[in-house]
Design a protein around this ligand. Structure first.
Ligand code: SF4
Length: 378
């Protein structure tokens, strides 16, 4: 894989060569789509759900599901006392919950984060090879070299990265807390090295005015949204409010009525004075949006248009690899347990703990600026 640095940006293609699967077990896009489990027939679906309910009790296990996975996995997590949430909520829930086994339905970095925060727990996933274009596009060795070129900068990495990349960071952030953390770092006079999502990084730079250099990764789902087509859809639905995840391109973010993480999008849909919305994020979110707002109408933002090279059509192939049968298999056999090198855990835990401490303090009303020295990294 070749890395090229251009004007303070470094880009690594997210797509791995086909033999990458054999080398590190993670799937490139085509492999991920080929591994999406078939939709079970209705009777089988019910039987799989019953087995999961029984196995969760027998194994003293809890389900943690991301908003982008199949609705069945979201509903089961909620129904059985687990969690459906964004990656920050998943991390916090996994750390604090008493269950000794967690079934994480999402992508690999989410399982790794759960393991880093709770090394004594068993972390299972429906499919361990479910990855993320941001993680695939930010290999630890090339990233370490990029960091070494900017030793004066605070290294802020998005949660969508490997444990090895997190181990190189001063801060881990998610899209629900990145703005506040970067704002606080800027107020403390810090310059920032940001990785890996270029669109989210650029959005945060626009919002905070921070001095940032960027890794040039992208989410293959959000990178596909098209401003031109979104303008046309807005004209078809002039009363609709536009909700955009900041992993989307700047021209799409510019058309938004609300910009934010998956949790922020849910909040906006609940609280905004509108009955109709256009949503620019993974279409797995529509299940939750429609369940929470049965009287409101949600349209998917368009991914097609001039120059479209859609690999996702607004759904993440790696999230789609999670299925009911995979949960059953993991719980019955103990297969697909997430393992992380203990030395990496020790290093990667610090920037994640900082994020969790920072967000907990913010929620309790403490001013952000005064928090950084106490958290050991400015
Ligand atoms: S939706 Fe995008 S950011 Fe999320 S896991 Fe998939 S590729 Fe990664």
């Amino acid at each position: 894989m070749n890395a090229t640095a251009v004007l303070n940006r470094i880009g690594v293609a997210y797509e791995q060569p086909l033999d990458a699967h054999a080398a590190d077990g993670r799937c490139a896009t085509r492999q991920a789509w080929a591994r999406v489990p078939p939709e079970p027939a209705q009777a089988e679906r019910g039987a799989l759900k019953d087995r999961i309910r029984r196995l969760l009790k027998e194994r003293n296990a809890s389900m943690v599901s991301h908003y982008y996975v199949h609705p069945d996995l979201q509903d089961l997590a909620e129904e059985t006392g687990g969690l459906v949430g964004d990656s920050l909520e998943m991390a916090r829930f996994g750390r604090d919950h008493a269950a000794q086994t967690l079934v994480v339905s999402g992508v690999r970095f989410m399982g790794e984060t759960a393991k880093i925060l709770s090394p004594e727990k068993t972390i299972l996933m429906p499919d361990l090879d479910a990855s993320c274009s941001l993680d695939l596009g930010c290999p630890a060795d090339a990233f370490g070299a990029f960091c070494a070129e900017h030793p004066e900068r605070s290294v802020v990495v998005y949660a969508n990265t490997s444990a090895a990349v997190k181990a190189r960071a001063d801060w881990v952030v998610t899209s629900s807390c990145a703005l506040e953390i970067v704002r606080a770092l800027r107020a403390a006079g810090r310059k920032i090295l940001w990785a890996p999502d270029r669109h989210l990084g650029a959005y945060i730079q626009r919002e905070t005015g921070a001095d940032m250099v960027f890794w040039s990764g992208a989410c293959i789902v959000h990178d596909e949204f098209k401003a031109f087509e979104l303008e046309a859809l807005k004209q078809e639905h002039p009363r609709a409010k536009v909700l955009v995840h900041p992993e989307s391109p700047a021209e799409v973010v510019a058309l938004a009525d609300a910009v934010g993480s998956t949790s922020a999008i849910l909040k906006a849909a609940r609280e905004m004075d509108a009955q109709e919305f256009i949503v620019a994020t993974d279409n797995g979110m529509l299940h939750r949006l429609r369940t929470q707002n049965p009287d409101k109408v949600f349209h998917e933002a368009p991914t097609s248009g001039h120059g479209a090279t859609c690999k996702s059509c607004a759904h993440c192939p790696w999230m789609a690899m999670n299925g009911l049968a995979g949960v059953v298999h993991a719980l019955e056999t103990g297969a697909n347990a997430v393992l992380v090198d203990p030395a990496l855990i020790a290093r990667a835990r610090q920037p994640i703990d900082r994020m969790l401490a920072f967000t907990a303090a913010l929620r309790s009303g403490q001013p952000a600026a005064g928090l950084l020295p106490h958290l050991g990294a400015v």
